[in-house]
Ligand binder design. Structure first.
Ligand SMILES: [Zn+2]
Length: 272
């Protein structure tokens, strides 16, 4: 009986119950937030009802539709909350009041512990699309390596549609990547895919983010991004770093050729 109940709950989450539970749990810390249900997410925010509604119905709905149709078969296993704060002060204050946390980034972050995406929406809708990728990886590749998780998430910080499909475009991370190439901070790809969460987030973190992001763009521009993600998800048990899937996707192009081609390609990109 319990099992049946649990299965029913999983099949049809009760969003109004979830909203009531969160209202009770966070109390005064979220009393100022408007809320909009946009399955499988619940969107909260303090920039006014209209802004919250717009973010939910435009950005979240659009990204969910494309992420599910083009990349990820499985939805996040339970409801995730998205908290959109109107500026840096509100973002910091709410993170403190809700979880006693001080965000390590000015944009936003995904917390699997709280099943929440938390962000300063003043930094733009791109942050929201970036963070939305994380619960999808968590549901479809629980042990996803950081380089892959952040690479795809960062790709969609600047997103658009081409032939009905979601694509990433060049963005502000390009300047740092060109700088990183000059200063020889860009890693051989065989090394990038072997980074742990800690080594990815070392002193060269910004370059690693940019390198992983532009690798995704490089694959996208050769129509290889979707086949790569499909392969990496299929092979996750035997290929935990994604390195084998990447090499297989590139075919003839081994690590050395990928390194050389990438270094030549990046300086041809333009932003803005
Ligand atoms: Zn991220």
């Amino acid at each position: 009986m319990l099992l049946i109940l649990a299965m029913l709950t999983a099949a049809a989450p009760d969003y109004s119950q979830h909203v009531a539970t969160q209202r009770k749990k966070y109390g005064a810390a979220i009393a100022d937030l408007a809320v909009v249900v946009e399955p499988p997410f619940v969107v909260w925010g303090d920039a006014g009802d209209r802004q919250v509604q717009q973010s939910a119905e435009q950005t979240v709905r659009w990204a969910v539709k494309h992420l599910e149709a083009e990349f990820f078969a499985r939805q996040p296993a339970a409801i995730y909350d998205i908290f959109l704060f109107r500026d840096a002060t509100s973002y910091q204050a709410h993170a403190k009041a809700m979880w006693n946390e001080s965000p390590g980034t000015p944009y936003g972050y995904a917390s699997s512990e709280h099943r929440a995406l938390v962000m300063n929406i003043a930094t733009g809708g791109g942050t929201l699309v970036h963070e939305l990728v994380h619960p999808y990886f968590a549901a479809n590749f629980p042990a996803v390596p950081t380089w892959l998780n952040e690479g795809l998430a960062s790709l969609f910080e600047q997103s658009d549609e081409r032939d009905g499909k979601m694509i990433g475009r060049t963005n502000w991370r390009l300047a740092g990547l060109n700088e990183g190439l000059k200063n020889r901070q860009v890693l051989p790809f065989a090394k990038l895919v072997a980074t742990t969460d800690a080594t990815f987030r070392d002193d060269d973190e910004a370059v690693h983010y940019a390198q992983a992001r532009y690798l995704m763009l490089y694959l996208q521009e050769q129509q290889l991004l979707r086949p790569f993600i499909r392969r990496v998800l299929e092979q996750q048990r035997t290929d935990p770093t994604g390195g084998t899937a990447l090499r297989q996707t590139l075919g003839e192009e081994g690590w050395k050729r990928l390194d050389a081609a990438f270094c030549k390609w990046v300086p041809t990109l333009k932003f803005p």
